[in-house]
Design a protein around this ligand. Sequence first.
Ligand code: CA2
Length: 155
Amino acid sequence: MKPVFILNGPNLNLIGQREPEIYGRQTLADIEQGLRQQALAAGLEIDFRQTNHEGELTGWIQEARDAACALILNAAAYTHTSIAILDALRALSLPVVEVHLSNIFKREEFRHRSFVSPAATGLICGFGPQSYQLALAAIIAMVQSSDSSNRGIHG
Ligand code: CA2
């Protein structure tokens, strides 16, 4: 089985150190560690990455077309600005879960628009680091149900 790509956009490397009142006290490495355990328990692999560069994030989304079974994406500020990321997502035929630590709809107006949502299977936001765990749980359920339907009901 191919890994689940978990891709993170700009400034997410700073969480846990700055603005804890918005993003919590866990670092991105803490979140990654929890997701690794969750994936392991479900027999899945994850490929967890962060970048501050739009082009790199776009390239990783393209890479997911052949290299991933599903994508969890926190595009951070590029969520609200990037048509390049929307176009790359449109070229995918995988489950895509958009995640945000904060509830973007409770925040400034400019965070209410997402260029990721129209290309996503679903969106989870507002639960802090748990947003990622809920997204992975959704992917695990989707991957396992498509796996069992491929194998037939008696496996
Ligand atoms: O809530 C989320 O997960 C966001 O994707 C986080 C982004 C923000 O631009 C989105 O609107 C919502 C910000 C990433 C972290 O940025 C920091 C900036 C300063 C200090 C710490 C983190």
